[in-house]
Ligand binder design. Structure first.
Ligand SMILES: [Zn+2]
Length: 192
């Protein structure tokens, strides 16, 4: 594989990746700069060598920061975070979709005073969202049944940053899992 196709995974000083979706990769050039500034240690290297007129160095595969990079305990409330929290699944019918096919739904519609907050926003497919329109949620409705768009499968809530990191791991492609998987399960339970 060519040097430029290599990627370096950056781990925080506690061993957790800085992000999982997308995974916290940098280019070989950036990785080597980080090393030269003495900001990280190498945990694993690629077999390839990076060469420039002044430098010849094995490309780091895994770097761990020397100093802990502070991570907000509360993730940013944004499109990406809501989809991650909900696992890219419509919270009414439970089906998974690509992000382009997903929308946000206010559980309590804005027209009824519903706010745009973690606790009132869920991922919804286009069909469920348009079926629900501006109806209030019916919490006594049967979940996931016909008309299930009147009730989210689980009550939405604010996730922690750690929860979103773990959610991102579920979305890794097989090649990334194979190459970096050994370094990514820093605090997750083993799958049974
Ligand atoms: Zn749906």
């Amino acid at each position: 594989m060519s040097v430029s196709a290599r990627k370096t995974l950056i781990l925080n000083a506690d061993g957790a990746p800085l992000s999982t979706w997308p995974l916290s990769f940098v280019t070989p050039e950036e990785a080597i700069k980080t090393l030269y500034r003495d900001r990280a240690i190498v945990l694993e290297e690629w077999p390839d060598v990076f060469r420039s007129p002044s430098v010849e160095v094995r490309i780091p595969k895994i770097l761990m920061l020397r100093n802990y990079a502070p991570v907000h305990a509360k993730p940013k409330f944004c499109r990406r975070s809501v989809f991650l929290r909900d696992g890219f699944a419509c919270q009414y019918c439970g089906n998974k979709f690509d992000s382009e096919e997903l929308t946000f739904d206010h559980v309590v519609p804005r027209s009824l005073g519903g706010q745009t907050i973690w606790e009132n926003i869920v991922t919804a497919c286009v069909a469920c969202n348009s079926a629900k329109q501006n109806q209030a949620p019916n919490m006594s409705a049967k979940k996931g049944a016909k008309g299930g768009y009147l009730r989210p499968l689980k009550p939405p809530r604010q996730p922690s940053t750690a929860e979103l990191l773990r959610a991102g791991l579920k979305l890794l492609d097989p090649e990334t899992k194979q190459n970096f998987g050994d370094w990514l399960y820093w605090d997750t339970e083993l799958e049974k």
